[in-house]
Design a protein around this ligand. Structure first.
Ligand code: PAF
Length: 273
């Protein structure tokens, strides 16, 4: 497995590959990331994973400094998956000292995580655009747990005519339904027991919507259930999958999006309708 740290090393490696599939990550890999790597192999002859904890997508009071950095273990996991190359840039490689350009995707970044994590999606769009320009992949794969992130990246690729095909991969869950996330490791033992309630509440909300209940009632019942279980709910909303605008009653192609804090851990999840 090639370990590449600079743009020129990537450029050189890139010459050896015909079709490249790319999985951008922030490391601390879990089964969800490994599923992306396995899926990536179906689309290209070479798979490259980046590991970069991107400072610009963290708010000032967020967990950038404590975000788990588990490089050695990540490399072992990727080698076991026969990943072809890993890009491990440092901050200076991605953000030159006098860097002046950011990418901002307006409408689709506005609500949900974009409202509570101001600037987060500018950081994501900027780093993903840079990584795409460095790696020049044919295909890039992202987990659909971060559905709003996927929509932001899709919009950026469309608007900037970036020559990359995006593949969204369904969320990988633990046996009790909790969506895999690098932040699950922050949960205490008690919180970990409560955490699957988020997915259970999404399922309950889906059933209530399919039974014809009004969206606003379904959202309110879900927020009450989560609050009673010990979550501090950020949002729980039914939205259109196409543009993440608010869904109308019985509209097709919708998604239920949720984010809630359990102690210090912010969990997000979603369920397609
Ligand atoms: O989903 C993530 O891990 C990050 O937001 C990403 C896409 C790697 C950009 O830093």
């Amino acid at each position: 497995m090639h370990i590449l740290q600079t743009v020129s090393q990537i450029r050189e490696w890139r010459k050896s590959a015909q079709r490249v599939a790319f999985v951008p990550t922030m490391g601390n890999l879990h089964a969800g990331h490994l599923q992306l790597v396995r899926e990536a192999k179906k689309y290209a002859d070479k798979v490259i994973v980046s590991i970069f904890v991107n400072p610009t997508q963290f708010g000032i009071n967020e967990d950038f400094s404590s975000y788990p950095r588990t490089e050695q273990r990540d490399l072992e996991l990727l080698a076991a998956e026969n990943c072809d190359a890993v890009f491990l840039p440092n901050v200076e490689t991605i953000y030159a000292q006098n860097a002046q350009t950011t990418v901002s995707v307006s409408q689709v970044s506005q609500h949900y995580c974009g409202a509570s994590r101001v600037g987060h999606f500018d950081g994501v769009a900027t780093v993903v655009c840079k990584l795409f320009n460095i790696v020049q992949p044919d295909v890039a794969l992202f987990g659909l747990k971060d559905f709003q992130q996927f929509c932001v990246i899709q919009t950026m690729v469309r608007d900037l005519h970036l020559p990359v095909e995006l593949i969204g991969v369904p969320t990988v869950r633990d046996v009790d339904g909790l969506a895999m996330s690098s932040r699950n490791g922050y949960l205490s033992e008690t919180e970990r027991e409560i955490a699957p309630t988020l997915y259970q509440t999404l399922q309950m909300a889906r059933d209530n919507l399919l039974a014809g209940q009004a969206i606003v009632d379904v959202e309110n019942v879900a927020i009450t259930q989560l609050t009673q279980a010990g979550f501090s709910v950020d949002y729980f909303n039914v939205a259109r999958r196409l543009d993440l605008e608010m869904a109308q009653q019985n509209e097709p192609h919708c998604i239920i999006l949720a984010a809630a804090k359990l102690g210090k851990t912010r969990l997000i999840d979603n369920l397609w309708l």
